[in-house]
Design a protein around this ligand. Structure first.
Ligand code: PGA
Length: 255
């Protein structure tokens, strides 16, 4: 299998500046000692911590920093927004796009996601595009349709060459921050569906090379069983990424 294994930590709106730097300073050497495993670790701190943390990871093997969001615009009068090229110039290599909290609380659509992905790619960032169904959509049995639509609206305008620089995260909304994890089999079913979508809309090559992460209450206890599934290439971790030991254990679980 030639796709990258990734464990990403989404810090969300947690940790003030000093706390964030000290968490990163703890995580970096711990993850670095696991670097021989080849797993890529990505930290997604709040914007204001990003440049300082990027300086800490500079020159380290397999550790990266990203933004939790970026603007759908290039530059200009968009108060409060941060552009993809600003993230890049501050030392980020990745950016989350379409996280369910952005969709739920800020009304972001998959079409917005497509614009952000285009900005990210143009700035040389790797977008991590998040998709996932709500509890009602899962119970109603519509999850495949919902996820296919999110993929279609977010990714279908991209070329095959651009898709080589995109990571996908499947995060069922009902599993985020709730302690309810999708079972490895439930997650695998959706990951295989996403890979099938990539095969149909792009190519077998794109399907085989795209890393697809699972997110939603991943912790040190459940990570290995999830990562053992054929189409799960790693995790996007929220709560457990705020503890250096837990995060490192999850990185280790993705060997
Ligand atoms: P959680 O969050 O691990 O706390 O469920 C995951 C995410 O929202 O990316």
């Amino acid at each position: 299998m030639s796709r990258a294994k990734i464990v990403a930590g989404n810090w969300k709106m947690n940790k003030d500046y000093e706390e964030g730097l000290s968490l990163a300073s703890e995580i970096i050497p711990m993850v670095e000692s696991e670097a021989s495993t080849g797993v890529h670790a990505i930290l997604f701190p709040p914007f204001v911590h990003l440049h300082a943390i990027a300086s800490l990871v500079k020159g380290k093997n397999h550790i990266y920093v990203g933004g939790q969001d970026c603007s759908m615009h290039t530059s200009g009068a968009y108060t409060g927004e941060v552009s993809a090229s600003m993230l890049r110039s501050a030392g980020a290599s990745h950016v989350l796009v379409g996280h369910s909290e952005r969709r739920q609380y800020y009304g972001e659509s998959s079409a917005d996601g497509a614009l952000k992905i285009a900005q990210a790619l143009a700035a040389g960032l790797i977008p991590v595009y998040c998709v996932g169904e709500t509890k009602d959509e899962r119970l109603g049995g519509q999850y495949e349709e919902i996820i296919a639509r999110q993929l279609q609206e977010g990714l279908s305008a991209l070329s095959e060459a651009q898709m080589a620089h995109v990571v996908i995260a499947y995060e069922p909304v009902w599993a985020i921050g709730t302690g309810l994890t999708a079972s490895p089999e439930q997650a695998q079913e959706v990951h295989a569906m996403i890979r099938g979508w990539l095969r149909n809309h792009f190519s077998a090559q794109v399907a085989n090379h795209t890393s697809i992460l699972y997110g939603g209450s991943v912790n040190a206890g459940n990570a290995s069983a999830l990562f053992a599934m054929e189409d799960i290439d790693g995790g996007l971790v929220g709560g457990a990424s705020l503890k250096s030991r837990d995060f490192t254990d999850i990185v280790k679980a993705n060997r």
